[in-house]
Design a binder for this molecule. Structure first.
Ligand SMILES: [Fe+2]
Length: 479
C-alpha cells in the first residue's frame, strides 16, 4: 500500500527527544475531578454530540513501589461530553483492593507483572482488579473491563465506582475487555476464561435492551494464557488463541507474578483457531495453524464458506510485551504489529495469511455500522521504527492507499475512536476522536479529526488543564 503523509507528521526531531516527550506523560494521574469545562481551540463540529469514555492505567506506582509494567496500573476512567460546552471528568477506579491498600498504607495485592511485597505473598497470591483496559457502555450502564477479573461497574454520569459484578452469577472466571458488536443482531458479544484442569472459554450475548445470557462454552488448549481480543461476523465468533502458557512453578512459589510467568510456545505449538456459530455454539470448529500472536482485531466478514479477518499481527510476543515494562515504557514501537488479513477456512481447518500494510501499527478501528461486515476503511495508530505512536492512519482496502496525520510535534495520540455523523451517507462520514498527550505543555487533550479529510489533522482540540496518562481503549456513547 502507498502512504500519503501530512506535514504535521514531519517534525524534525531526534528519536531520543520524541521518546523522552512521550514518556513524560506516563506519570500518575495528578488529580481526579467531575465534569469541568475544557478549553477548546479550532473548529469544534456542531453535530458531534455524545460522550467519549476512555479507560487506561492511571497510576505507575503505589506507596513508592513501582508497577513493573504499564498494564499493571490501577485504572482511570475519563469521560468527555460533546455538544455545546465540552466538559471532561476523570477518576481512578476505586477497586476493593485499591481501597484496602490505601487504608493499609501499603501494597497488598499482586497486579499483572508486579508481585505483592514479600511478607504478603506468604498468604498466597492475591490479584488486584485494576479495571484499566476498556469502557463498556451497555443498556445505559458503564463498566471498566480488565481481562484478569470481573467487570467493574461505574456510574456513567459521575464516574463513581459501583463495584465488581458477575451479573447475578452469570459471568464465570475472567471477563475479556474486548467485547464486539454485531449491528444486525443489535447485541454485543464477549467471552470469559475460567481456568482449571481444563481451561474453558465461556461465550456471552449482551443484547441492546435485554439481559445478558451465556451462549455456551468451548474447551481451550492448555496454552491459552493470553486471549486479549476476538472478532465477530454476522454469524460467527472467531478466536485466535496464541501458544502462550503460564509457567506455573514460579507462580506457585511466589517468585513471579502471572504476567511475568508467560512463556511463548511457538516452537512447540501453533495458534488455535476457534470458530463458533452464534446460532449453534455447540457446533464450533477448533483447529491449530502456524503460531502467531495478536492483541487486537480490526474487523471480520464472511465470503462464501470463508471468514475474512483483519487484525494486527505482532511479530514477536515477548519483545512486544516487554517493550511496555517500566524500563522501556513503550518508547520503541519497532516491535509493534503489522496489518494482516487472515482468510479462515473452517471446513478445511486452514488459514491463508497476507500482510496488508508494511508499517508499524496498532489499535485498529472501523466505523461502528460496518462492524461484522466488509469494510473499505480501517483506522490505526502508526509509528516510525523505534518511536512511540505519533500518527493516525486511514487504510483504504479498496485502493491500497494509506493516509496518515500527526497532531504536531511532541503530541502523542492514543486509540482513535470513530464516531459516525448523524446523517452519514458514506462509511467514512464521521470523526476520529483520540486523547493525545502534549509533551511540551504536559497536558492532555481530545483531538477531533474529520475521517473524510484526515490529512488536515485535528480540526478541534478540547484541553484538560493537566495530563492524563495515556488510555488504552475508548468507547463512544451517543447519549
Ligand atoms: Fe486491548
Amino acid at each position: 500500500m502507498n502512504t500519503a503523509t501530512s506535514t504535521e507528521h514531519q517534525a524534525l526531531q531526534s528519536t531520543a527527544e520524541i521518546v523522552t516527550a512521550y514518556q513524560r506523560g506516563l506519570r500518575d494521574l495528578p488529580r481526579e475531578h467531575g465534569f469541568e469545562p475544557l478549553a477548546v481551540d479550532g473548529d469544534m463540529p456542531r453535530d458531534l454530540q455524545g460522550t467519549l469514555y476512555l479507560n487506561g492505567p492511571g497510576l505507575f506506582s503505589l506507596f513508592g513501589r513501582p508497577y513493573q509494567h504499564w498494564f499493571d496500573g490501577d485504572g482511570a476512567m475519563t469521560a468527555v461530553k460533546f455538544g455545546g460546552q465540552v466538559s471532561g471528568a476523570v477518576r481512578l477506579v476505586q477497586s476493593r483492593q485499591l481501597k484496602q491498600e490505601r487504608a493499609a498504607g501499603r501494597q497488598l495485592y499482586t497486579s499483572g507483572s508486579t508481585l505483592a511485597p514479600q511478607w504478603h505473598r506468604r498468604l498466597g497470591v492475591r490479584m488486584k482488579n485494576v479495571a484499566n483496559t476498556k469502557p463498556l457502555l451497555w443498556n445505559e450502564r458503564l463498566f471498566a473491563l480488565y481481562e484478569a477479573a470481573l467487570p467493574t461497574e461505574m456510574d456513567p454520569a459521575t464516574l463513581e465506582t459501583l463495584g465488581e459484578t458477575d451479573e447475578g452469577g452469570l459471568v464465570k472466571g475472567f471477563f475479556c475487555a474486548h467485547f464486539h458488536e454485531v449491528p444486525s443482531r443489535r447485541a454485543f458479544y464477549n467471552f470469559s476464561i475460567q481456568r482449571g484442569r481444563q481451561n474453558m472459554l465461556h461465550l456471552y450475548e449482551m443484547p441492546a435492551g435485554g439481559a445478558m445470557r451465556r451462549m455456551g462454552s468451548v474447551p481451550l488448549p492448555k496454552s491459552s494464557a493470553m486471549i486479549h481480543d476476538f472478532i465477530v461476523t454476522a454469524n460467527h465468533l472467531v478466536f485466535f488463541v496464541p501458544p502462550i502458557r503460564f509457567n506455573l512453578m514460579p507462580m506457585l512459589l511466589g517468585t513471579k507474578a502471572p504476567l511475568q510467568a508467560m512463556q511463548w510456545r511457538g516452537a512447540q505449538e501453533g495458534t488455535t483457531v476457534i470458530v463458533v456459530p452464534i446460532d449453534a455454539p455447540q457446533d464450533y470448529k477448533r483447529f491449530e495453524v502456524e503460531p502467531f500472536f495478536q492483541y487486537h482485531f480490526m474487523n471480520a466478514h464472511e465470503q462464501g464458506g470463508e471468514i475474512v479477518v483483519d487484525f494486527i499481527r505482532v511479530m514477536d510476543f515477548e519483545t512486544a510485551f516487554n517493550s511496555h515494562n517500566k524500563e522501556e515504557r513503550g518508547g520503541n514501537a519497532a516491535t509493534l504489529g503489522r496489518l494482516y488479513r487472515a482468510v479462515v477456512q473452517p471446513q478445511q481447518g486452514t488459514v491463508r495469511m497476507e500482510q496488508r500494510w508494511d508499517q508499524p501499527c496498532e489499535f485498529p478501528q472501523v466505523a461502528p455500522r460496518i462492524q461484522a461486515a466488509s469494510q473499505r476503511f480501517g483506522y490505526v495508530l502508526t509509528a516510525k521504527e523505534g518511536q512511540p505512536q505519533t500518527a493516525v492512519a486511514k487504510v483504504d482496502f479498496e485502493t491500497g492507499q494509506v493516509e496518515t496525520t500527526g497532531l504536531g510535534a511532541n503530541r502523542f495520540p492514543g486509540e482513535a475512536v470513530f464516531v459516525p455523523r448523524a446523517d452519514a451517507a458514506n462509511e467514512d462520514d464521521g470523526y476520529l476522536l483520540a486523547m493525545a498527550y502534549d509533551g511540551e505543555v504536559d497536558r492532555s487533550f481530545i483531538a477531533v479529526m474529520n475521517a473524510r479529510d484526515l490529512g488536515r489533522g485535528a480540526v478541534a482540540r478540547a484541553w484538560f488543564d493537566h495530563h492524563i496518562p495515556r488510555p488504552l481503549h475508548g468507547s463512544w456513547s451517543g447519549a
